[in-house]
Design a protein around this ligand. Sequence first.
Ligand SMILES: *[C@@H]1O[C@H](CO)[C@@H](O)[C@H](O)[C@H]1NC(C)=O
Ligand SMILES: *[C@@H]1O[C@H](CO)[C@@H](O)[C@H](O)[C@H]1NC(C)=O
Ligand SMILES: *[C@H]1O[C@H](CO)[C@@H](O)[C@H](O)[C@H]1NC(C)=O
Ligand SMILES: [Zn+2]
Length: 382
Amino acid sequence: MLKSVLKHYWFTGAATVAVVASAAYFVAVGEPDSGKTVKNPKSKPKNKLSGLINEGNTCFINATLQALASCPIFFNWIDSVLTRKTSDITEHYLRTTCSLNMTMAVINNQHPTIDVHTFNSRQLIQSLEKHGWNLKSEEQDAHEFFNMLSTTIDEEINKNNKISKGISIDEQATTSVCQPNSSSPFRGYLASQLCCLSCGHKSVRYDAFECLSIPLPKLDVRNAFTMLNVEGLLKQFLAAETVGEVQCDSCSLKNGKSVFLKQLSLGKLPQCLCLHIQRCDWTNAGQLTKRQDLVRFSEELNVGNFVYTNRLSGNFKPVTYRLRAVVEHLGMADSGHFVTFRRNIVDGRTRWFYTSDTFTRTATFDEVLKSSPYMLFYERCT
Ligand SMILES: *[C@@H]1O[C@H](CO)[C@@H](O)[C@H](O)[C@H]1NC(C)=O
Ligand SMILES: *[C@@H]1O[C@H](CO)[C@@H](O)[C@H](O)[C@H]1NC(C)=O
Ligand SMILES: *[C@H]1O[C@H](CO)[C@@H](O)[C@H](O)[C@H]1NC(C)=O
Ligand SMILES: [Zn+2]
């Protein structure tokens, strides 16, 4: 049996926090020799998914690709974009998008010719490197990779159309955001409403997101085993807070700065919702640690309470998303491994799978619910 030693680094996805990585080793046992597993491709049982071949230290890539491939809205969108732009494909403008489409087809067992147990994502990795990403620098995690891939696909698809990120719109003006439909189904907008507590002036600003990065509440050592859930984390993230000493356009002539009430809401909902739980934390001694908090989630997620227009109207009609995949980080802050629980339709039936690099097997939904989510992938169903 072959033993491979893989280096893994964990690092924070929070944009505001400095990035630090420290090395450690993770030992994986027994990658099956791909030469052997490919021998008899036709024997692959229908209820198996394809694993992904080792390209080095790439479990964060594998885990993300498996999660994306479990989102039909996303892979249908990729396919439709490629179909619309077929003339560009030969010119390699859409290299990453094409590689991703093929990789997802293979790992979903939908590729017309490639039918192997394990597949090599080298082409996708090389196309990202051509875009200037350095995947060999080992400071990578699944959330970073998701952002890297989203950015690259957006660049490829919208090469000629500029997309404005972060548009300022007055409260009275229309709250709908003009959005080209060539943007990813993961693209949503956060509405950030500011209300001046001195003069009551309100303004709202929209910021694009592809993945919501949600902080955990401050660690309370006395309540270390408090059960958290995704709705609760969203509620805390999208709650009103006061921010002091901000210049107000309406009353700055009188007294300069005033206190504002700031509230984040979901301004425009994405078709595919990606949530990232910020498990990275710093000890007082300045050491990087991983929060192991249990975060509960269920198959359906109702975000109706967080929708900006619902909050304005006081009519909290439900908006439901259904779970497609869970990316889990196993191990500690400075070492570990990414695995994915994902859905797939096999012979018209929904099945759940556990995927860990080249290894895949079916999983019960109960097992999925017991995992410790690092990223959650949902698709809208209402
Ligand atoms: C994208 O993948 C699908 C399979 O999921 C395939 O049918 C389609 O031809 C691919 N599109 C392109 C443009 O390669
Ligand atoms: C936007 O979507 C409509 C149909 O929903 C389609 O006809 C149109 O071509 C799309 N526009 C772009 C720029 O993709
Ligand atoms: C995923 O990562 C593992 C280990 O890092 C590796 O064995 C596997 O081949 C990788 N697959 C891809 C597609 O990168
Ligand atoms: Zn004011």
